[in-house]
Design a protein around this ligand. Structure first.
Ligand SMILES: C[S@@+](CC[C@H](N)C(=O)[O-])C[C@H]1O[C@@H](n2cnc3c(N)ncnc32)[C@H](O)[C@@H]1O
Length: 289
């Protein structure tokens, strides 16, 4: 069995999870931008600033920030998966952005090429095996007075687009824990930063100050129709991970899962697709230096 290190998570993001993200890129970029557009409006990056995008994925946030900080500013995106680094580099080039660059590193362990005025992360900080080490490393890459803004999911109950699917799948598919499988996995998972008491203590412990949490709620599109929403739920998030880790049994039970997810997701169908509530924290914090 592979050791319980970040290597397993890095491999997952560069293989199965990258493939799933690429398949549903159209929904993810649109849906997740609802949260980042608001966060970037509340915590804007001034022109001329140098910004690190942590766990940059396809790089759409980085491309957006690059346009804001020009002229004179730049964005540097970091991701642990070469496939995401390559995709982000290509997307920025396609968008005609010449002040964004991307590099491969494990944020938990490696040099982040600071100093930066700001660091930003949309859902890129919830999957570290040692989040304290990663957050300390990000702080050290910030100039004194530099700020980190993270977007993370709030509690499960306020994110029914992930949680209802997970609950339905748990009733049908046997849950295999990360310790009991050789499969790669996504680490602590999307709700690991949902608790403000735990997260603020951790951030304080690794040297941040002025730590604030702002709640933001918005509906996101999880499928152009119910069939796509079911496919999306069976591929991504905790529900998708349960099915994948159950291997053949997960595949065998898909017809039953499809039936129950249709019941769960149909109430969210609107004229222009399937829209479900979602809820995040915008966590802002400063490196006092
Ligand atoms: C949920 S995705 C978010 C991607 C992107 N920020 C977005 O909002 O579309 C999480 C990202 O964090 C990256 N990631 C996970 N663990 C990481 C680590 N230890 N170091 C660097 N990147 C990491 C993954 O490869 C993935 O691109």
């Amino acid at each position: 069995m592979l050791a319980a290190s970040n290597d397993i998570v890095v491999e997952a993001w560069n293989t199965v999870l990258f493939d799933k993200y690429a398949r549903f890129k159209h929904l993810l970029i649109e849906g997740l931008s609802g949260h980042s557009d608001e966060a970037l409006a509340r915590y804007p990056h001034p022109k001329g600033s140098r910004v690190l995008d942590v766990g940059c994925g396809f790089g759409d946030s980085a491309t957006c920030i690059a346009k804001t900080v020009a002229p004179g500013g730049e964005v540097v995106g970091v991701d642990c998966a070469q496939n995401f680094v390559d995709a982000a580099t290509g997307e920025a080039r396609k968008a005609g952005v010449d002040n964004a660059s991307f590099f491969l590193a494990d944020v938990q362990l490696q040099d982040l090429r600071g100093p930066y005025d700001y660091a930003f992360s949309r859902f890129g900080t919830m999957f570290f095996m040692s989040p304290g080490a990663a957050l300390r490393n990000i702080r050290k890459a910030l100039k004194p007075g530099g700020e980190l803004t993270q977007i993370v999911w709030r509690k499960r109950e306020d994110n029914p687009w992930l949680f209802e699917a997970e609950q339905r799948v748990r009733e049908i598919v046997p849950v295999i824990s990360h310790e009991d499988t050789d499969e790669v996995h996504c680490g602590p998972g999307p709700f690991s930063m949902a608790g403000p008491d735990m997260v603020s203590s951790m951030m304080k412990g690794v040297g941040y100050d002025r730590i604030t949490f702002e709640r933001f709620d918005t509906d996101i599109c999880i499928g152009r129709d119910v069939d796509e929403a079911i496919e999306f739920a069976m591929a991504l998030g905790p529900a998708g991970e349960i099915i994948r880790l159950a291997r053949e049994e997960g595949e065998r039970l898909k017809p039953q899962v499809t039936k129950t997810l249709r019941e769960a997701l149909t109430p969210y169908l609107k004229d222009n697709g399937v829209w479900a509530p979602s809820s995040t924290w915008f966590i802002n914090a400063r490196n006092p230096g």
